[in-house]
Design a protein around this ligand. Structure first.
Ligand code: HEM
Length: 400
């Protein structure tokens, strides 16, 4: 049953956004939808709107009173869970952001530089030490790198890395929306919460320098945060900070492996790396946030009833020719490049400085050691789940 009805002003489609498809196909779908209309109705499952153009997307993301974060999954308009800070609105959200802000500031992130760089070097050197002239890029680098940085940020032992990678796979990459997939996701999410419950209890007794200990000192409306809020915070950090960087690394390296001219430019002049990263985040924007209409409203002339779910696939906006010249082309020195790959409005990515630094260091350390490589022609990267980006099967080859 649909939660709301499309109007004649809005084209109707029916596609499964979670489906496993060859990497790149989903971006092409959103490109086509943008060319067709500023907003469409996808009647798949319970039905939801998809905003496809930059101007309309900003109007949604920057108007939280009209488009709420109380529900951020299009298939779940009435969630019983509350990921923090992503699913908070208004003043409660602001209070969390104010207290979290200093931990993610450019200055705080700069202090992580040495550790992050050491981790990148360790991983690339480990890959080279195998001497095979090849690697399974997602499993040997792209998943391990941000996950170990996350463990460090949260003050967790590196020995837990394999366990975290398994949960990450179960929660974010088990393909499909079927019963079995949601059962597995549910089990893994419950395990993550149980794991963090133990850590929260331990940190209350014996605080450290980590983010969990810091968040335990936060107050909202003068009241200390509860254990439940802390669990919801840890779960959101897990979902926001790991896979986003892995997926962006996957897309960036797929691009560089298949565009030797861009790769040569950054190898010869590594000062181009930050601009190249900005361009990858723009052209391959991976996140598809969602909002719930809090009141009857309209988007791009299309009436939207209160309670409707609205998806905002950021890639559709960041590849909109109305804002970026030749938007579908990757131009690694593009300036200006004022994209919304990290979102817009009050929920704009809290971890953007950390993400940029992780990506910059990864590209620097990799290309110092492996400047020439190619994608194995037998690789067949696919993407599945609520976010874009490959999650497996990127085999890179190079001459030893
Ligand atoms: C390339 C990597 C990344 C990309 C593309 C990305 C993108 C985004 C986007 C688009 C949002 C907004 C979601 C919305 O509007 O509903 C967001 C929110 C968020 N991101 Fe990131 N992110 C990345 C990395 C990270 C990292 C490394 C962390 C932390 C370790 C992080 C933490 C967060 C948090 C906590 C939020 C929620 C902010 C709020 O609700 O106020 N992200 N991210």
């Amino acid at each position: 049953m649909t939660t709301t009805e499309p109007t004649s002003k809005c084209p109707v489609h029916n596609f499964n956004p979670l489906e496993e498809l060859p990497a790149g196909e989903k971006i092409a779908t959103y490109d086509r939808l943008r060319d067709e209309a500023p907003v469409i109705w996808n009647e798949f499952a319970t039905g939801y709107y998809v905003v496809t153009r930059h101007e309309e997307m900003l109007a949604v993301l920057q108007n939280p009173d009209t488009f709420s974060n109380r529900a951020v999954t299009v298939f779940d308009p009435n969630p019983t869970y509350k990921w923090i800070p992503e699913m908070l609105d208004g003043d409660e959200h602001l209070q969390w952001r104010r207290q979290l802000g200093p931990r993610f500031s450019p200055k705080a992130v700069a202090q992580m530089e040495d550790k992050v760089r050491r981790r990148a070097v360790e991983l690339v050197e480990g890959i080279l030490a195998k001497g095979t002239g090849s690697c399974d890029f997602m499993n040997e680098f792209a998943f391990q790198y941000p996950t170990s940085i996350f463990l460090d940020l949260m003050g967790l032992p590196i020995d837990d890395l394999p366990q975290f990678m398994e949960w990450e796979h179960e929660i974010l990459h088990v393909a499909g929306s079927g019963e079995e997939a949601s059962r597995r996701r549910g089990i893994a999410m419950a395990s993550v919460i149980e794991y963090f419950s133990g850590v929260i209890e331990a940190r209350r007794e014996s605080p450290g320098e980590d983010l969990i200990s810091a968040a335990l000192t936060f107050e909202v409306d003068g009241t200390p945060v509860s254990d439940e809020d802390m669990q919801n915070f840890c779960l959101l950090m897990f979902m926001a900070g790991l896979d986003t960087v892995s997926a962006t690394l996957g897309l960036s390296f797929m691009h560089l492996a298949s565009h030797p001219e861009d790769r040569t430019r950054i190898v010869e002049d590594p000062s181009l790396i930050p601009a190249a990263i900005e361009e990858f985040i723009r052209a391959y924007a991976i996140v598809i946030p969602a909002r719930k209409a809090a009141v009857d409203t309209e988007i791009g002339g299309c009436p939207v009833k209160a309670g409707s779910m609205v998806a905002v696939p950021l890639n559709a906006a960041t590849r909109d020719d109305a804002v970026f010249e030749d938007a579908k082309t990757v131009e690694i020195t593009r300036t200006p490049n004022n994209h919304i790959g990290f979102g817009a409005g009050p929920h704009r990515c809290l971890g953007s400085h950390l993400a940029r630094r992780e990506l910059k260091i990864a590209l620097e350390e990799w290309h110092k050691r492996i400047p020439v490589y190619r994608l194995d022609p037998d690789s067949a990267p696919t993407e599945s789940g609520g976010q874009l980006g490959p999650n497996k099967d990127i085999t890179l080859l190079w001459d030893n």
